[in-house]
Design a protein around this ligand. Structure first.
Ligand code: OGA
Ligand code: NI
Length: 369
């Protein structure tokens, strides 16, 4: 972003001049949070320190040790088992909106390979990595620190490499960074298949036609965000990711063994503990709209940790952006008693709203009737 663009974006959100200078200096290093750690930073630069009112707000929320549901997908080919999986999926989607899946058919070598490839990308020679540094949301592969750096009130302790298959769904191997190319290709192919299965099951769980969410091509536009959360010297002062809901129909998340992801359940932060071979699934904004509030997009965050780095890879399943497709609350779910809560929208419209707000502001109000 050039100087005037930065100024315009940040003054709109009330960020002062000193902060803009700090943000710009940090961004210009193109080395992210990892670059700070490599330079031996032992206390947090102020752009990362959470404002006092955010900490006060936090006091209204509790902490719960509730155990996250785990959905076992084995036996999905048999009718009986499939029916019981769909029933469980309906219940966890309504009550929790967050769950883990196991026996999903993706070999652990593919999961481990993706974690390892992501780690290698972030830990490669800083000069090579810089070539990917960009804030252009249309670029196929980019790397940056804090997608909303100039819009948020506080920066998060994390760097991200993004593989964007939203505007052109084809995966061209040569376009992926060589250092993680083959592991990313494998992972993308496996996750795409799992996503299609999950959308079929979710259609059934919603009581709409089996192929309904599939027909909406929810799993077509995909974005893989490959995060690197360096060890943090003062974890109580900042966050790995601020609270937010995801810009997608559904998110499938792979995390390593470190932990730190929490979601908000009945106003309590609830841990999403890593389980070997498990994948975390959460309902996101667009499915809340299409399900007309039957399934809710859940807020979550990642706390910072003295131990690190932590690696995670979120796959956002975003639907079709091009050619433009109109989405709306599923007709089968609309009646006199349950009128539509949201208007029609396009994925392009949703994404342009996403890229103009800080991640911790809801993306749904904009589409409410
Ligand atoms: C995200 C996200 C959680 C994690 O990318 O939207 O919530 O554990 N990530 O990295
Ligand atoms: Ni998220």
């Amino acid at each position: 972003m050039d100087e005037s663009g930065v100024k315009e974006a940040t003054t709109q959100s009330g960020v002062d001049d000193d902060r803009i200078k700090d943000l710009k200096a940090f961004d210009d290093t193109k080395a992210g949070v990892k670059g700070l750690i490599d330079a031996g930073v032992a206390s947090l630069p102020r752009i990362f320190i959470r404002p006092p009112d955010e900490l006060v707000e936090e006091l209204n929320l509790g902490y719960s040790q509730a155990e996250l549901p785990v959905l076992d997908l084995s036996g999905i080919e048999t009718d009986d088992q499939r029916k019981s999986i769909v029933d469980e999926l309906r219940q966890v989607s309504e009550e929790w909106g967050f769950f883990q899946v196991v026996n999903h058919g993706i070999p652990s070598s593919v999961l481990d390979g993706m974690i390892d490839g992501t780690c290698k990308f972030h830990e490669q020679d800083a000069e090579l990595k810089k070539e990917y540094y960009s804030r252009d949301q249309f670029q196929k592969v980019r790397y940056e620190s804090n997608i909303d750096l100039y819009r948020s009130r506080v920066a998060n302790w994390r760097d991200t490499m993004t593989i964007n298959l939203l505007y052109s769904n084809e995966v061209v191997p040569d376009e992926l960074p060589e250092i993680c190319r083959s592991s990313a290709m494998d992972y993308i192919n496996h996750i795409t298949k799992l996503a299609e299965t999950l959308f079929e099951l979710l259609s059934e769980a919603l009581g709409i036609k089996v192929d309904n969410l599939r027909a909406m091509e929810c799993a077509r536009g995909r974005t893989f965000v490959c995060h690197y959360y360096p060890a943090c010297p003062e974890p109580d002062l900042t966050l790995g990711v601020s609270r937010h809901t995801d810009p997608a129909f559904l998110t499938i998340l792979l995390q390593d063994h470190i932990g730190g992801l929490q979601f908000l359940h009945d106003n309590n932060w609830t841990d999403v503990p890593p389980i070997p071979g498990g994948l975390v699934v959460n309902i996101a904004d667009l499915l809340q709209i299409v399900s007309n509030d039957k399934f809710k997009s859940r807020e979550h965050r990642v706390i910072a940790n003295r131990i690190g780095p932590r690696i995670s890879v979120a796959c956002f399943l975003i639907g079709v952006a091009v050619p433009e497709k109109i989405y709306y609350p599923a007709k089968e779910l609309i009646s006199d008693e349950t009128p539509p809560v949201y208007r029609e929208f396009t994925v392009g419209e949703y994404m342009s709203n996403f890229f103009s707000r800080p991640i911790d502001k809801s993306g749904l109000d904009h589409f409410k009737i």
